[in-house]
Design a binder for this molecule. Structure first.
Ligand code: HEM
Length: 460
């Protein structure tokens, strides 16, 4: 390991325009800009964006160093603060002992056995969707992005609150879109107007936050009231787990504010990401009918033609899982995330200065030709067990890594396998005339302009 004294080599820096640095190059085409840097530099490179100097890391080894080996030196980057008005001090944003305690309290809610109870919800919501789609006229394209967003929103909402909150889903969904878009614009603005200034964008954002928060508090209050009156049903949902969780050392439970922050975080982190991954998966399957055929064949073989997937049986859907993994390789929903070291940190012969942002880019790592032959091609065989063994683990990090690994990764994988199995068994997906869809990098990686596909029931 190098010491700080040995780490003296300056990190190369990209030339930028006066005052604005590389901001416009980045904003105009973030993926193109970063990909060009990957082609030109080996390990670390710096650029300025919105007045901030950031270091882009390019190797799996450095991703491992930051996320796992030396994770204690790194905290979340300033970008996460943009989300904090909404997410508060929930798991995604919190740090140190507070984060550790909250993670300990929340972890049991995500154990495999608990998740198994949620498989039914996933199946029911998807079956409702397939019934609706069967009534759809075959030649008319369906807005897959919107449908996947609604489906994963319904699933995460029922998983959190069991009770039927469908009446709220429409307005929640709109508010969530407003929040995500606001956060992305803020992230790349030169001047961040304080949130309490009554600009139209700030007002829209605050209203959206208040709406979602209002609904969440209403549900928490109702549940607390039921417990007080002894009228609560036996809930099997994530909220119940979080409300009942007790700190091993102090015996304390979460306050309403902590519950609000954790629930909002899970709610937010838990559906937009999955919806995007599913949209991309259906897009790739529409473009690769032979792969779709193999998924269908596997689903028929493992589940039977009418069989309902469960947490147990989806484990047999290994090829479907490979399709999910390969989709998130090409289109990782969390395509870029950041940290900053709390003290100067040696990185081989380089030195990362304290408090300057460091970027980890799954999108680049996942397409690095050093680890992926034909990196831009869709090939689920990249995830055959023997291929996985050949690569450094941090060459593939759709869920991050180390102690801050996504707490919902098993939830998301099970959800994506179940949904894909049911959708692909029931329908053939075909691209429309606009058959090439570009990724749009916002907070997550979405299909630009949405994704529309034609669907046809398989039995036709
Ligand atoms: C395809 C779907 C998903 C992707 C790609 C994804 C990706 C990620 C990534 C990359 C992180 C780490 C961020 C960082 O290190 O800064 C993360 C954290 C997190 N994710 Fe996910 N996620 C997904 C689904 C979910 C689901 C379904 C849930 C909950 C139901 C969830 C809840 C969380 C939470 C609470 C954290 C913060 C964990 C902590 O720091 O302790 N995610 N996710």
């Amino acid at each position: 390991m190098t010491t700080l004294q040995q780490a003296q080599r300056p990190i190369p820096q990209v030339k930028g325009a006066p005052l604005v640095g590389n901001t416009f190059q980045f904003i105009r085409d973030p993926l193109g800009f970063l990909t060009r840097l990957q082609q030109q530099y080996d390990r670390l490179v710096r650029f300025t964006i919105a007045n901030r100097l950031v270091t882009l890391t390019l190797t799996p080894e450095d991703a491992r160093h930051i996320l796992q080996e030396n994770n204690k030196v790194f905290v979340k980057s300033d970008a996460y603060k943009v989300l904090s008005l909404f997410l508060g001090n929930g798991l995604l944003n919190s740090e140190g002992d507070f984060w550790r305690r909250q993670r300990r309290l929340a972890q049991p809610a995500f154990h495999r056995q608990r998740l198994a109870l949620l498989a039914d919800t996933m199946v029911q919501e998807t079956q409702e969707l397939t019934e609706r789609w069967k009534q759809h006229e075959a030649e008319l394209p369906i807005d897959i992005s919107e449908e996947m967003m609604k489906l994963t929103l319904a699933i995460v909402t029922r998983s959190l609150f069991s009770s039927d909150v469908k009446k709220h889903l429409g307005s929640i969904s709109q508010s969530v879109t407003t929040i995500i878009e606001f956060a992305y614009v803020q992230l790349h603005s030169f001047i961040q107007i304080p949130i309490h200034y009554p600009t139209p964008a700030n007002i829209r954002y605050r209203r959206a936050v208040e709406k979602v928060e209002g609904i969440i508090y209403e549900i928490i209050n109702q549940r607390r009231a039921e417990k007080r009156n002894g009228t609560d049903r036996r809930y099997d949902d994530l909220l119940e787990m979080l409300m009942e969780a007790r700190d091993e050392e102090t015996g304390e439970q979460m306050t309403d504010k902590q519950l609000r922050d954790e629930v909002t975080t899970i709610f937010m982190a838990g559906h937009e990401t999955t919806a995007n991954a599913l949209s991309w998966a259906l897009y790739l399957l529409a473009k690769h009918p032979a792969v779709a055929g193999k998924v269908r064949e596997e689903v028929d073989r493992v589940l039977g033609p009418e069989g309902i997937p469960t947490a147990e049986t989806v484990r047999g859907l290994t090829y479907t899982l490979q399709v999910v993994q390969e989709t998130m390789r090409l289109y990782p929903p969390a395509w870029l995330f950041g940290r900053k070291p709390i003290a100067d940190e040696p990185m081989g012969e380089f030195r990362l200065p304290a408090n300057l942002g460091v970027l980890i880019c799954p999108y680049l790592l996942h397409r690095d030709p050093k680890y992926w032959p034909n990196p831009n091609q869709f090939n689920p065989d990249n995830f055959l067990p023997e291929r996985i063994k050949e690569r450094p683990a941090y060459a593939y990090i759709p869920f991050g890594g180390g102690p801050r690994l996504c707490i919902g990764n098993n939830f998301a994988l099970m959800e994506m396998q179940i949904l894909l199995a049911l959708l692909v068994r029931a329908f053939d997906f075909r691209t429309t005339r606009r058959s090439v869809i570009e990724p749009e990098p916002g907070i997550t990686l979405r299909p630009r302009g949405g994704l529309r596909l034609r669907i046809k029931p398989v039995s036709d």
